[in-house]
Design a protein around this ligand. Structure first.
Ligand SMILES: [Zn+2]
Length: 340
């Protein structure tokens, strides 16, 4: 029987800044999603982030970091015309947000244009998003991930799955409607459970064969149709490492744009230290094993993937700090060292 762990971690207290500006901006955005005319006007006054085959356009910023390059709509129209395309293509853009100063933000994939020509004219570089995560400042990461995910959803939902007829997006890109059946499709995320299992003194990390070399992470799996989060967690841990979860606690969530668009539900869980023998499902995982607090702390001190030591023991590393798996590990270390 699963129990909620009420004492393992303090409940996360989220404090939002009070004031009417957030409410007003959210109501502005929802109006743009429902009103094509208003959204077209917003597009005229907004800023566009370009992608090329889902790679965001970045430019170098101070301090060796990069930042997303946002452009005026009129500048993108001029760019399209210069490269032989119709400027009306800006209407293929999708709404992704609005700045605190009420500037609407859109994303547009210009993958049909020659990549180098766009880069030359814009003074930026299209960078694979996984690489971009390491180059961008933290607050730019979710923004670029959201744009990629929404653009990808539109690129793969051009036809109705019931009638096979083309679907057409609204101006904001918040939905697509089948021209034959009238069925409305909304962008979707697949729920994925990610869990850091502990036996009280160690934590369990695994690696899939597709992971970067020597990287270990928390266990993760898609929620099956009809499952609760608790059922997914219990099933995934049983399937992947052959352990029975005794307690768990929800931690936080994160959107992740891969493999298509995932809604990561992060949890901590414990197993009985008397029954913690790992039995790895080799179809799902290449390896999974227990790590001590000292091993985890040492891995957290490594900023990046370790250099392969000549003949030394294998050195593992953790997912980077912007990932929810890393946050779970950090929380576990804080819990283990609390009061020490
Ligand atoms: Zn249809």
């Amino acid at each position: 029987m699963l129990r909620w762990l009420r004492c393992l971690h303090r409940p996360r207290l989220v404090i939002w800044r009070s004031g009417s500006s957030y409410v007003a901006r959210m109501r502005y955005l929802v109006k743009l999603k429902g009103d094509d005319e208003a959204c077209s006007a917003a597009l005229r006054a907004g800023r566009l982030f370009l992608y090329h085959k889902l790679r965001p356009l970045l430019m170098r910023a101070e301090g060796g970091r990069h930042r997303p390059l946002d452009m005026k709509t009129t500048d993108v129209e001029a760019l399209l015309e210069k490269l032989g395309q119709q400027k009306e293509r800006v209407r293929e853009s999708v709404l992704v947000g609005c700045t605190e100063t009420w500037v609407p933000q859109f994303c547009l994939d210009v993958g049909t244009l020659e990549k180098c020509a766009v880069e030359r004219l814009c003074g930026g570089e299209f960078v694979d998003l996984r690489k971009a995560f390491f180059l961008l400042r933290g607050h730019d990461v979710p923004h670029m991930a959201r744009g990629r995910a929404l653009l990808h959803w539109h690129q793969t939902h051009g036809f109705c799955s019931a009638s096979g007829e083309p679907t057409v997006k609204n101006q904001a890109g918040s939905q697509r409607v089948c021209q034959g059946s009238g069925h409305t499709y909304y962008p979707q995320m697949a729920p994925v459970l990610i869990v850091l299992v502990s036996d009280g003194s160690r934590c369990l990390l695994g690696r899939q064969a597709a992971f970067p070399r020597d990287m270990y992470s928390a266990l993760a799996g898609f929620c099956d149709m009809g499952e609760t989060m608790e059922e997914t967690l219990r099933r995934e841990v049983a399937e992947e490492v052959g352990l029975e979860v005794e307690t768990f606690q929800f931690a936080s969530t994160q959107h992740w744009p891969y493999p298509q668009s995932s809604f990561m539900l992060a949890c901590h869980a414990t197993v009985n230290p008397q029954r913690c023998q790992v039995s790895v499902d080799k179809v799902e995982l290449e390896d999974a094993r227990w790590f001590t607090l000292e091993e985890i702390q040492e891995a957290l001190r490594r900023a990046s993937a370790p250099q392969a030591p000549g003949g030394g023991p294998p050195v593992f590393w953790l997912p980077p700090s912007f990932t929810i798996a890393h946050q779970l590990v950090q929380e576990w270390v804080r819990q283990q060292t609390a009061g020490v």
